[in-house]
Design a protein around this ligand. Structure first.
Ligand code: 4AD
Ligand code: MG
Length: 460
C-alpha cells in the first residue's frame, strides 16, 4: 500500500477502505476503550483524527504515545461521528516508529517567536512555521508559473562573482587565502595569488548577468540566493536572501512598473486561493488585518508617484520622522511605510529617484539629475521591489561607472551589450522574504527563512 498524505485524504469525497498514513502525534486523548490521536504529517495545517481502539494488539504502547512521537497507521478513512472534522481514520494497525520523550520542546502551548528562533531546526513542526514554509514553497512554484505563462526564460546566474552590481553595501569575500598568512604586494593583499586571480565575492544581485541574457533571449528572470554583508540588524534585512529578478528587452520604465504590479497581484491572488488554510492561520493568530490588506493589494491600482513628489508629501505630512527627508536622501522604512500605510493606504510605486542615491546602471533622465528607477512600497514592509530602466547608451553608461568609482575596463563584457545591438531594457528585483512577510503578516524576516543568516546568527 502506498502512503497517503493527510492533505489529500481530508479533501476526499468518499470513504476509503484502507489507507496508510505516517506522521507525528500532536495530541492524544484517551476515552473509555479508545484513544483519539491528532496526527500531523506536515502536508497541511490540519491534523487527521485517528481513532485507536483497545482491540489493537499494541494498545498498551499506543496509550503511552507522547506529543512528537512518530507513528505509521493503516485503517479505513470513514466519516467522523464527532464534530470538528469530516473524516477520521479508524486504525487497524498502528506501528510506533519512535517515541518522543516528555521533554520534547514543542508542547501544545503557544511558543514565542524568539524562543522558536533558538530551535529553528524544530520550529517547522509548529502550525505557524509549517504554514509559513509551505507558503514559501507554493509561492516559489507560482513565481515560475507566472513567468513561464508569459514566455520568460529562467536563467541561473553565478553565486560567486567579481562584479559589484549595487555598489552600495558590503559584500562577503570569497577567498582561499589562509587568514593568518595573506600574500601581500605593496602592503595590500595580492589577489592575483587567490583562487580566481582577483577579488571575488558572493553576488548581491544577478542583474548584470540577467541583462546579458535578456539581450539574447528577450524576457528572462533569475530566482536565487543573494548575499549582503550589511551589518544593520533590522527586521527586514538578512545577510542571505532570495531575489526574483526579471529583465525585459525592449521595455521602458512604465512597462517595468506594469510587470511589477501584475506580479505582486498574481502572487497574492495565487496565495489566497491555493494556500487558504495556511493564510487563515496568519489572519487569525498573526495579523487580524491580513485579509483586508491582501484584498487591497489585489484590487487597488498601485499609485505611481515621482520621488520628488513623495518628498513633498513627507515634508508636508506634519509627522516627525526619526530621519529627516529632503530631495537627495534615501527614504527610510518609516517614510516608505507612511506613504503606503497612512497617506495612500495602498501599494505605491515611486520612480525617478535622484541619481546620487542609485547605482550606476540606471538610465539617466533628461533632467540629468534623476534616473529611471522605481521602488514598489507595500503596507507593513515598505520597499519590496527595487528596479529600473537600464542605461543603454554606451557613453552615458561609461561616464556613470566612472562617477560611481567603477572601472569600465573590468566591466568590458557588460559594456559589450551596449556596443552590439543595445536596446532599451528594464527589470527589477523582488525580495522573496519581504513578499512572504507581506503575505503572512510576519514582521521579522528571520521568521520566513528556514535557517536565517543575520549578523552574529548562524547557529543552524
Ligand atoms: O533594491 P535592490 O538592492 O535592487 C537590486 O539588487 C537590483 N539589482 C534588482 C534589479 O533591478 N534586478 O534589492 C531588490 C529587493 C529589495 O527591494 C528588497 O525587497 C530585497 O531585494 N532586499 C533584501 N531583502 C532582504 N534582506 C536584504 N538585506 C535585502 N536587500 C534587498
Ligand atoms: Mg532598493
Amino acid at each position: 500500500m502506498t502512503r497517503s498524505k493527510v492533505d489529500a485524504l481530508l479533501k476526499s469525497d468518499a470513504p476509503v477502505e484502507e489507507v496508510l498514513v505516517m506522521g507525528w502525534v500532536r495530541t492524544k486523548r484517551d476515552a473509555k476503550g479508545f484513544s483519539f490521536i491528532e496526527l500531523n504529517d506536515g502536508s497541511c495545517l490540519r491534523n487527521m483524527q485517528i481513532v485507536a481502539g483497545e482491540t489493537l494488539p499494541n494498545y498498551d504502547e499506543v496509550k503511552k504515545l507522547t506529543t512528537g512521537s512518530a507513528v505509521s497507521i493503516t485503517g479505513g478513512l470513514v466519516e467522523s461521528v464527532g464534530s470538528g472534522q469530516k473524516w477520521e481514520i479508524r486504525a487497524d494497525t498502528m506501528e510506533i516508529v519512535s517515541f518522543a520523550p516528555e521533554a520534547y520542546p514543542l508542547q501544545k502551548k503557544r511558543h514565542s517567536d524568539e524562543f522558536l528562533r533558538t530551535i529553528a531546526h524544530l520550529r517547522p513542526r509548529t502550525n505557524k512555521y509549517g504554514a509559513a514554509f509551505r507558503l514559501r514553497s507554493e509561492l516559489s512554484y507560482a513565481i515560475h508559473k507566472f513567468f513561464r505563462d508569459r514566455g520568460f526564460r529562467y536563467i541561473h546566474t553565478p553565486i560567486i562573482t567579481s562584479s559589484d552590481c549595487e555598489g552600495a553595501g558590503e559584500m562577503f569575500r570569497v577567498s582561499i587565502f589562509n587568514p593568518t598568512s595573506i600574500p601581500m604586494v605593496n602592503s595590500a593583499p595580492d589577489f592575483s595569488a587567490d583562487f580566481f586571480g582577483r577579488e571575488t565575492n558572493l553576488t548581491v544581485s544577478g542583474q548584470l548577468e540577467a541583462e546579458m541574457f535578456a539581450l539574447a533571449l528577450g524576457d528572462v528572470y533569475t530566482f536565487g540566493p543573494t548575499f549582503r554583508a550589511d551589518p544593520s540588524n533590522t527586521r527586514r534585512h538578512a545577510a542571505e536572501f532570495w531575489m526574483i529578478e526579471p529583465e525585459m528587452a525592449f521595455c521602458d520604465l512604465a512597462g517595468d512598473m506594469t510587470l511589477a504590479e501584475e506580479m505582486i497581484k498574481y502572487l497574492t491572488t495565487f496565495a489566497m486561493s491555493e494556500c487558504a488554510d495556511d493564510l487563515g492561520l496568519f489572519a487569525k493568530y498573526v495579523d487580524k488585518n491580513l485579509m483586508p490588506v491582501l484584498e487591497n493589494v489585489v484590487s487597488s491600482q498601485f499609485v505611481r508617484l515621482p520621488y520628488g513628489e513623495a518628498v513633498d508629501i513627507l515634508l508636508n505630512s506634519g509627522k516627525t520622522f526619526e530621519y529627516a527627508v529632503q530631495f537627495g536622501t534615501d527614504l527610510q522604512s518609516e517614510h516608505e511605510r507612511y506613504l503606503t500605510e497612512e497617506h495612500f493606504r495602498k501599494p505605491v510605486i515611486l520612480y525617478n529617484y535622484p541619481k546620487i542615491i542609485k547605482p550606476f546602471y540606471m538610465r539617466v533622465n533628461d533632467d540629468g539629475i534623476t534616473v529611471a528607477a522605481m521602488d514598489v512600497l507595500v503596507p507593513g514592509i515598505g520597499e519590496i521591489i527595487g528596479g529600473s530602466q537600464r542605461e543603454e547608451r554606451l557613453d552615458v553608461l561609461e561616464r556613470r561607472m566612472r562617477e560611481c568609482g567603477l572601472s569600465p575596463e573590468n566591466y568590458w563584457w557588460y559594456l559589450d551589450s551596449r556596443r552590439f545591438g543595445s536596446v532599451p531594457h528594464s527589470g527589477f528585483g523582488l525580495g522573496f522574504e519581504r513578499l512572504i512577510m507581506m503575505m503572512t503578516g510576519i514582521t521579522n524576516i528571520r521568521d520566513v527563512i528556514p535557517f536565517p543568516r543575520t549578523p552574529g546568527g548562524i547557529e543552524f
